[in-house]
Design a protein around this ligand. Structure first.
Ligand code: NDP
Length: 333
């Protein structure tokens, strides 16, 4: 017997006159895409990429109509895969879901089993999506820095875009791993929030928007940059000898105008971080570390829960850089 629900509410994107229209609709079973696993979705989340998709501010969606939502967590309702059975708790991030393939902003979605990861036993589906793609990516940044040899005793680590979904959790995870964390934020009222997450100091973004010199006074042993552009160029110019920078985002710009000086005179490493195509084993490893290292009070502190109807307004605020922390999406309210 099919486990497809008689009602399946979803946020659907259409394109009219090159504008993106977002509307909550009821999907029929026949509307769902092909896939070997049907998931009852408990939660999804709002990530920067989702905000670009829902508002149409960025070319994220490859074809319309599209159910966006680049991540989801829930339980298996139907499975033709030997790897999953009905009732299994699962999580999905990346693989172009919500961009090329229908995603998590629905009560049920049919997906490919190879995209799924079993939900770590230490996490609920709500916690998994409080973490979401942004949190998984934060952990990948920390893993990349640690695997490159960065140790707390080497000096402070800078985090840009620190109140964002990725930035907030990078601050918390680095602090949890014993690093001294210096946060950079454009929000004047974010100092208490960032200090509660574990930052020892919060610097205004304006300090990083001043003219970039090829080499500046060296200040940082490590950095995680979520914004790109001239801010990343500034960060590179301030790295200590042998410093390491994880580059993960483009909230300010996808361009990077810099010189070779930090690399050839200070031996700085620029480390790329991707969360979309990483292999299964690395996903499992990152989720297990997140379950161990992110305390519940941090998750409560960084998250706000919204339904599908309210999502487009939150997406607009995110594009405008006004959101603090993580937005948890509950399609069942
Ligand atoms: P958010 O919108 O939650 O956070 C971005 C933060 O960047 C904002 O909160 C703000 O922080 C800062 N910011 C926003 N606009 C600007 C600007 N014009 N100039 C400088 N700083 C700005 O997004 P996420 O945290 O979800 O994602 C951050 C970035 O990481 C995005 O570019 C996203 O696409 C990318 N990303 C990449 C992934 C990958 O696999 N490589 C996966 C997930 C995300 P503040 O006000 O504190 O300065």
């Amino acid at each position: 017997m099919s486990q497809v629900n008689s009602t399946n509410k979803a946020l659907v994107l259409e394109q009219e006159d090159k504008k993106t229209i977002a509307e909550v609709r009821q999907l029929a079973a026949s509307d769902l895409p092909e896939g070997d696993v049907l998931v009852n979705i408990d939660y999804s989340s709002l990530n920067y990429k989702d905000a670009l998709a829902v508002t149409g501010a960025g070319k994220i969606v490859h074809q319309f109509p599209m159910v966006p939502g680049i991540d989801l967590a829930g339980t298996v309702a139907e499975s033709a895969s030997p790897d999953y059975k009905v009732g299994d708790a699962v999580v999905l991030t990346g693989w172009s879901v919500g961009e090329r393939f229908w995603g998590g902003y629905a009560q049920q979605m049919r997906v490919q089993s190879k995209w799924l990861v079993p939900l770590d036993k230490g996490l609920s589906s709500k916690q998994a999506m409080t973490i979401g793609t942004a949190g998984l990516t934060s952990m990948l940044c920390v893993m990349r820095l640690q695997e490159s040899g960065l140790k707390p005793k080497q000096g402070p680590v800078l985090v840009t875009g620190a109140t964002g979904g990725v930035g907030s959790l990078v601050v918390a995870l680095l602090a949890k791993n014993g690093f001294e964390v210096v946060a950079v934020s454009g929000k004047a009222d974010s100092v208490d929030y960032l200090k509660q997450l574990g930052a020892s100091e919060v610097l205004p973004r304006s300090e990083f928007e001043e003219k970039v010199r090829p080499l500046d006074k060296s200040r940082w042993a490590g950095a995680v940059d979520t914004v790109g552009g001239d801010i990343l160029a500034k960060v590179l110019s301030q790295m200590n000898y042998d410093g390491r920078v994880a580059t993960v985002g483009l909230a300010a710009s996808f361009s990077l105008n810099t010189t070779v000086m930090p690399f050839i005179l200070r031996g700085v490493d620029l480390l790329g971080v991707d969360s979309v195509m990483i292999p299964y084993e690395r996903r499992v490893q990152a989720w297990a570390r997140l379950a161990r290292e992110l305390p519940q009070e941090i998750m409560d502190q960084v998250s706000e829960e919204v339904g599908l109807e309210a999502l487009p307004a939150y997406a607009q605020n995110m594009v405008e850089g006004k959101i603090k922390g993580r937005v948890l999406v509950n399609p069942n309210i």
